[in-house]
Design a protein around this ligand. Structure first.
Ligand SMILES: Cc1cc2nc3c(=O)[nH]c(=O)nc-3n(C[C@H](O)[C@H](O)[C@H](O)COP(=O)(O)OP(=O)(O)OC[C@H]3O[C@@H](n4cnc5c(N)ncnc54)[C@H](O)[C@@H]3O)c2cc1C
Ligand SMILES: Cc1cc2nc3c(=O)[nH]c(=O)nc-3n(C[C@H](O)[C@H](O)[C@H](O)COP(=O)(O)O)c2cc1C
Length: 454
């Protein structure tokens, strides 16, 4: 009897020791399992996606492959390594195009990596699903560039790239049927994707519209306010989508739901004929007060607030102040007060939207630093906050480079909002000059470098 209980105790001790050892080595075990999976994965799904549709399609395909028992990996294009390319049989790429025919951020290093490979990849079968929008002159250009680059490495196309205009369902079905006919899929991928991508559309009422840059040398800029129906919610950094004449125009949301108004900052745009732009024309001029139009909200996780409190450097120009204001308002509510705004516009006399609110935030030390850059000299200015610079926002960054480095060294995150061509590219190359590539890459990896640029 005694000996049986002793055996039991010894057994329990052993089991306890075993569980404890597993617990201590859990990270090593998980890492080993991941490496094993990666080594044995024969199919690699790689995506490059900015607003998430490509990512979603890639994950759905991944789930389907796993369900049918295949060893498959799903990564962003930037994460794909040379070793993985060498070990994989099949590469399935889902890539959207951004900027003017460029890669989304999470795919922008891949072509360079591929061009630097010393060996060819003649063992690799591949297919490309290129997401894009025919309204852009460089239609699906990044997907097409990937196809060319893979061909030049002697990879074998399973079929020609499939170009998808505005997530057209027929083209996505064609991609799935091609994967079926090549034996990569054993059954069609459930079509949950498209409905899940499109959030519900609601009629929102225009309650107020004010031009915020009267007499500016630039095109008129308007603050637009829309009534918020009950149940409609969003996070700072999300995007409002105006559905108009069978098409969509996106606008950064400048407010938070607690303000009970969905606020936008919209630049009037005109075609060379003088005709008003479709979306901006409606918002800035044609819509009557109290009229309604169809809107939906697009979650924009890559530009949502950080999950923790950090100092924040907010950089933008023109209508990009919209996305930055959303964050400032969110942080005011959260009482996260160490904020630095660097903002560029044309002239100090007429071009500082929300001047009064920025001044109040500055006086209340919610905004601890403000640097404003104006590209046109003006003799007169009512601006009483922060430092004014002549030139562009990147010139203000250069003038403040020591402080900028200090903030980043003290854990600050950097958020950028505004035009891609007119600002974000120059801002990014200035950040590279000031902080260096390793620091900017680290911030990006840690989710501390976020952009909403268009
Ligand atoms: C994520 C995101 C966020 C955005 N946030 C904002 C924001 O906060 N505020 C904001 O104002 N905008 C924002 N935009 C831009 C906005 O979505 C629209 O692109 C903008 O309002 C112009 O649309 P439109 O319908 O008024 O003009 P469109 O009718 O689409 O015309 C756009 C412009 O294209 C040019 N163009 C069109 N046709 C021709 C032609 N034949 N020849 C030469 N040029 C031509 C003209 O310059 C014209 O003004 C954002 C875009 C994105 C993607
Ligand atoms: C700012 C911006 C720039 C874009 N540029 C292009 C382009 O140059 N060529 C193209 O075909 N599509 C372009 N698109 C359309 C996107 O590629 C398309 O909406 C795609 O479905 C987005 O997929 P994602 O959600 O995976 O990023 C652009 C979209 C935006 C918002």
């Amino acid at each position: 009897m005694l000996s049986a209980s002793l055996f039991m105790q010894a057994g329990l001790l052993l089991v306890g020791y075993f569980v404890f050892t597993l617990f201590c080595y859990r990270k090593v075990i998980v890492a080993k399992w991941q490496t094993h999976k990666q080594r044995n994965a024969k199919t690699l799904i790689a995506y490059a996606s900015e607003s998430g549709s490509g990512k979603k399609l890639a994950h759905e395909l991944h789930t389907e492959l796993k369900t049918q028992g295949d060893l498959a990996l799903c990564l962003t294009l930037n994460q794909v390594t040379e070793q993985q390319l060498n070990q994989t049989d099949t590469l399935l790429i889902i890539a959207s195009t951004y900027g003017e025919g460029e890669a989304p951020d999470n795919g922008r290093h891949f072509l360079d990596k591929l061009s630097k490979l010393k060996s060819t990849l003649s063992h690799l079968n591949y297919a490309v699903l290129a997401l894009g929008d025919r309204e852009y002159s460089q239609y699906c250009q990044f997907g097409l560039a990937l196809n060319q680059a893979l061909k030049s490495k002697l990879c074998k196309p399973l079929f020609e790239p499939i170009l998808v205009n505005k997530l057209d369902e027929n083209s996505i079905n064609e991609w799935n049927s091609n994967l079926l006919s090549k034996g990569l899929l054993k059954q069609a991928v459930p079509r949950s994707m498209l409905s899940a991508t499109h959030p519900p559309i609601q009629q929102l009422k225009l309650t107020d519209r004010q031009q915020v840059n009267i007499n500016s040398p630039g095109a008129p800029l308007f603050e637009i306010n829309l009534a918020v129906p009950s149940g409609l919610t969003w996070q700072a950094g999300d995007i409002a989508r105006l559905h108009i004449q069978d098409t969509v125009r996106e606008y950064s949301i400048a407010s938070v739901p607690q303000e009970q108004s969905l606020k936008l900052l919209v630049r009037e745009q005109k075609h060379p004929s003088g005709e008003l732009g479709l979306g901006s024309g409606w918002l800035c001029h044609q819509a009557d007060l109290n009229s309604t139009q169809a809107f939906s909200i697009r979650a924009n996780t890559k530009f949502n607030p950080l999950g923790m409190h950090k100092k924040l450097i907010l950089i933008g120009n023109g209508s990009g102040l919209a996305g930055l204001r959303g964050h400032l308002k969110h942080r005011e509510i959260k009482q996260h007060h160490e904020n630095w705004l660097l903002y560029g516009e044309r002239c100090a006399e007429h071009d500082l939207p929300w001047h009064r609110e920025l001044t109040e935030w500055f006086n209340a030390k919610h905004l601890t630093e403000i640097d404003l850059a104006f590209s046109r000299q003006s003799t007169n200015s009512n601006i009483k906050v922060g430092r004014c610079h002549s030139g562009y926002v990147q010139d203000a960054m250069l003038a403040q480079q020591t402080k900028l480095k200090d903030w980043v060294n003290n854990g600050a995150a950097i958020f950028i909002c505004g035009s891609l061509q007119g600002m974000a590219k120059d801002v990014e190359s200035m950040l590279l000059d000031i902080l260096g590539e390793p620091v900017l890459s680290r911030l990006e990896r840690q989710g501390l470098y976020r952009k909403d640029v268009y």
